[in-house]
Design a protein around this ligand. Sequence first.
Ligand SMILES: Nc1ncnc2c1ncn2[C@@H]1O[C@H](COP(=O)(O)OP(=O)(O)OP(=O)(O)O)[C@@H](O)[C@H]1O
Ligand SMILES: [Mg+2]
Length: 448
Amino acid sequence: MAALAARRQASCPVLRGWGPAVCVLLGSVMVVLLPLVGVEEPCCAMLKGFALLRCQIWGIAQRPTVHSTSLAVPFTALDLLPLRAKPSRETELEAKAALQQALEMKKQGKREKAHKLLVHALSMNPDFVDALTELGTILEEEKDVVQADHLYTKALAISPCNEKALISRDRTLPLVEEIDQRHFGIIDGKVRRLMSIPKGNSALRRVMEETYYHHIYHTVAIEGNTLTLSEIRHIIETRYAVPGKSLQEQNEAIGVDVAMKYINTTLLSRAGHMAVSDILEIHRRVLGYADPVEAGRLRTHQVFVGHHIPPHPQDVERLMEELVQWLNSEEALQLHPVEFAALAHYKLVYLHPFVDGNGRTSRLLMNLVLMQASYPPITIRKEQRAEYYATLDTANEGDVRPFIRFIAKCTEITLDTLLIATSEHSVGLPEATHHACPNCRHTISIQN
Ligand SMILES: Nc1ncnc2c1ncn2[C@@H]1O[C@H](COP(=O)(O)OP(=O)(O)OP(=O)(O)O)[C@@H](O)[C@H]1O
Ligand SMILES: [Mg+2]
C-alpha cells in the first residue's frame, strides 16, 4: 500500500514537493485577503474555488474516501488490472446521446422516459459520470435517497472532483446515514426482544437448532452443493453417509459443522484478541474433510472471483495480519455489530486468502463477530446469492454500504424468524425477499 502510494506520488509531478508549497502559498494569500474583502459571497466563491483547486491538485493522486465506514481495503490488484473493457468510442457516443435525450425528456416532464434513457446510457457506459449524477438527481427527486446517494458515490469514485456529484452527495449522505442508523436501531430492538426470552424456552431452543442446520445447508448450497436440508441433518446427526450423494458434498457439510462447533467452544470469548491462526483454524475445519492439503493454508497462487482480482499471493500473509489488527482495533469494536460483521466478511473475501472455502470461512467469521457482540448468527440464503454477489461487486467498485445493508437485511430476517417461532399464534416465516424496514430501499445495481 505504501509502495503504491509512493508510486502514485512519483507519477504525479505536481505532488513532488510543489503541491504542498502551492497550497501553503495560496492559503497564506487567502488569510491576507479575506479580512480585506469583508463580503460574504465573494469569500464563499473564493473558498469554493480554493477547494476545487485543492481537489484538482490532490484529487488526481488520492483515491476518494468512501464514506460511512472505516473500510480500508488495499486496492493493489484493482489498481494494476482493469476490471472490465472500456466501452468503444461508438458506445460512448451512444451513451452521451441517450443522456442528451434524457435531459430533453426531463425538460418536457417525461420523467419515466428520462429515467429509462439514463439506465440505458449506463448499461452502455457504467462509468458515465454525468449519467450517474443525472440518474441520482431523478431518484433523489423520487425520494429514493439511498439509491441516489449510491450513484453520486459511484460518480465520485470515478471523478473525485465532479462538482455536481460533490454537492449532491453532501445533501444525501447525512440522510442516508440516518436511514442506516434507524435500520440498525430496529435490529437492536429485535435483538433486545430476543434476549428477553428465557434461555430455557423450548421453542427458542428448537428454532436455534433448526437455524444451525439451516446455516450449514445454505452456506454449502450457495456454491452449488446439492444436499437437502434433511440429508444434511442426517449426515451431521448420525455421521452416516447418504447413499447416492457425493462424498465431497457430504464432507463439505461436515466441515462447516465442525468449524461451527470449534467457534462455539473456542473463539466466542476472544473478541479483541483474535489471531490469524484463529481464522486458519476455522478454515482448516471448513475444508479439512474435502481438501485436507489446502485446509488451513494461505494460498500461494493468484485466484480470480468473477470480476474481482484478489491481492497477489505474496501480500496475503501481511494483509491477513492487517485484517486481524483491524478486527482487534478499538475502531472496529466500536462499530455497530452488523457493520463490523459485514466488514469483517467483506475484508476476508476481498483478500480471498485461500484456494477454496473463502466464502464459507468469511460467513463464519461474520457470525463469530455477531455472536461475540451477543447477536444471533445469521444465514445468507441460497436464494439471495445474486444479491449477495452483486453487493460484493459494488463493494469492490468502492461502495461497501449496499453490502452492509444486505447483511443488515439478513440479520433482520434471522431475527424475525427467531421471534416468530418463539411467539404464540405466529402467522408465518419471513421470506428472503421481505422488507421489514420499508424506508431502507435498496441500491440499484448498475448493469455492468
Ligand atoms: N465479486 C466478489 N468479490 C469478492 N468476493 C466475492 C465476489 N463474488 C463472490 N465472492 C465471494 O467468494 C466466495 C466464493 O469463493 P470460494 O469458492 O473460495 O468460497 P467457497 O466457500 O468455496 O464458496 P461458497 O462460499 O460460494 O460456497 C463467495 O461465497 C463470496 O463470498
Ligand atoms: Mg468454492
